[in-house]
Write a protein that binds this ligand. Structure first.
Ligand code: FES
Length: 143
């Protein structure tokens, strides 16, 4: 009976942490919704140097940032616990700090520079056509 009780309590706790608190869940795991073809997300003139903002690419939010004249795009929802990266801090070294728990991600490739996040941010290819910033999910071969 004691063993049964321990197993039941452990199962409840594990389910609560993963499904209730979403501990250890990659909050960017919606890759099937990310655009595979370029979609226009913002007029280029509306993204000033050293700024970032949230835009919508199809059904998913994307973080756009302009640093040293280059426009970068990574997933907007932090892979740790879903923080809004556009409300974080754009750092001088080309990284962004999440406002909720301070994870730092590279804008260049979406990799984690500092935790607590362990999963990288999905990265998007960026191009400018007819004055519009366009993004699409980075293709596997380009990573
Ligand atoms: S939600 Fe971004 S670091 Fe926790």
């Amino acid at each position: 009976m004691l063993g049964y009780g321990v197993v039941s309590a452990s199962a409840y706790l594990g389910g609560h942490l993963v499904y209730g608190k979403q501990v250890g869940v990659d909050h960017t795991a919606t890759a099937d919704k990310y655009p595979k073809d370029f979609v226009a997300v913002l007029p280029e003139s509306e993204l000033a140097e050293n700024t970032m903002r949230r835009v919508e690419a199809g059904e998913v939010p994307v973080l756009l940032a302009r640093k040293n004249g280059t426009v970068f795009a990574i997933a907007h929802t932090c892979s740790h616990l879903g923080g809004p990266l556009s409300e974080g801090e754009l750092l001088d070294d080309g990284t962004v700090r999440c406002p909720w728990h301070g994870s730092v991600f590279s804008l260049r490739d979406g990799n984690v520079v500092n935790g607590p996040a362990t999963e990288p941010q999905p990265k998007f290819e960026v191009r400018v056509r007819a004055g519009q910033i366009e993004v699409r999910l980075q293709q596997e071969a380009d990573k």
